[in-house]
Design a binder for this molecule. Structure first.
Ligand SMILES: *Cc1c(COP(=O)(O)O)cnc(C)c1O
Length: 372
């Protein structure tokens, strides 16, 4: 089956008891077992698994082309579960431009767990190669990255990781499986903040890991999730599953809108730089063309002038809402350096933009007017 069809049908089996077309939400925290605690129905306690979550996991595994998936309470819950499943003394390589929560993870928590880390510019695979240590277990890539929209060559980095006996973990939140399938390019685990495009409506929090090999990762991650407790709720699983049904249509519109906004901003001459991998001016454009179907709905702009000019624009937008997060139907704008706070490397003149599903002309008019 093609990806667009899977997005609609994966995990959507008709409910065998009632014939319900929309999946039921099972809120039960516990499931009947036998007299000696034998599992009868395939479930026992909610923190391990529940039927609504199982449907979501089937759908995510099918969309990413993995052997198994695990749903989590949040994207951070998902990535922390990978780190918690590593042996002390392991080494992890992170990208220099990435989701800000990763910085908190490697600065404040990994040292306590005895896990070493390096931070490198992954647009240059040679830098990943030189950061490899004998104890490197995970190379984490994020492409396109937050907020500089850097593109990483996943096939090249996968080869480097595998030659060192490490696994490649790819944060695919910005692209989603509709636009990029990291497991096909050599990755071992895909990470999602399903809070973003998969949920798609700014009303649900979730995370997911999809693994290429059930044997290599599934049991370890399942055990870590069960004991550490970052499990998804049934209701959130249901909302994310519902989001997946329209993911393909939404990603097409997010991408075509973002391409138009990026082109209009670039040709307006009002900004110093537009970072969007769909623009020929983007240094990762050719690579993005090879490994992505479309370029997604995220972009960032750098203004002429510094922080003051950036804040002038965020205070003048009308249609765009000043808010963090991304991937919803409505367009959002954010002064990312303020959002990330102390220790951020994001330029003060940068605004991160999540392009929604509105008419592109309304979005362009709002931004151009705010820039005047
Ligand atoms: C939001 C986000 C995360 C973290 O996910 P939460 O669901 O907020 O915990 C991780 N990676 C990327 C790229 C994100 O945008």
């Amino acid at each position: 089956m093609r990806l667009e069809t899977l997005a609609v049908h994966a995990g959507a089996e008709i409910d065998s008891e009632t014939g319900a077309v929309a999946p039921p939400i099972h809120l039960s925290t516990t499931f009947q077992h036998g007299p000696a605690c034998e599992e009868i129905h395939g479930y026992s306690y909610i923190r391990e698994k529940n039927p609504t979550q199982t449907r979501l996991e089937e759908a995510m595994a099918a969309l990413e082309g993995g052997e198994a998936a695990l749903a989590f309470a949040s994207g951070m819950g998902a990535v922390c579960t990978v780190m918690q499943s590593l042996e002390p003394g392991s080494h992890v390589i992170f990208p220099d431009d990435a989701y800000t929560g990763f910085r908190g993870l490697y600065r404040e928590f990994l040292p306590h767990w005895g896990i070493e880390h390096s931070v490198v510019d992954m647009t240059n695979p040679a830098k990943v190669q030189s950061a490899i240590r004998p104890n490197t277990r995970i190379v984490l890539a994020e492409t396109p990255s937050n907020p500089m929209m850097k593109i990483t060559d996943l096939a090249a980095v996968a080869k480097i990781a595998h030659a060192a006996g490490a696994d490649l973990l790819v944060d695919n939140t910005f692209a989603t499986p509709m636009l990029q399938r990291p497991l096909d390019l050599g990755a071992d685990i895909v990470l999602h903040s399903t809070t973003k495009y998969c949920g798609g409506h700014s009303d649900v929090q979730g995370g997911c890991l999809v693994v290429k090999s059930r044997e290599r990762w599934s049991a370890k991650l399942f055990r870590t999730r069960t004991i550490m407790g970052a499990a998804a709720s049934p209701f959130n699983s249901w909302l994310i599953l519902r989001g997946l049904r329209s993911l393909d249509c939404r990603m097409e519109r997010h991408s075509s809108n973002a391409a138009k906004v990026a082109a209009a901003l670039e040709s307006s001459g009002k900004v110093e730089r537009v970072c969007y991998p769909g623009l020929a001016s983007h240094p990762g454009h050719e690579l993005a063309r090879r490994q992505m179907k479309l370029f997604g709905g995220m972009l960032s702009i750098q203004l002429r002038g510094g922080r003051d000019e950036a804040l002038r624009v965020t205070s003048r937008v009308q249609l765009f809402t000043n808010a963090t997060s991304l991937g919803g139907t409505e367009s959002l704008i954010e002064h990312r350096a303020s959002s990330e706070g102390e220790g951020t490397k994001v330029p003060e003149n940068l605004l991160r933009v999540s392009i929604g599903l509105e008419h592109s002309d309304d979005l362009i008019e709002d931004l151009i007017r705010a820039l005047e």
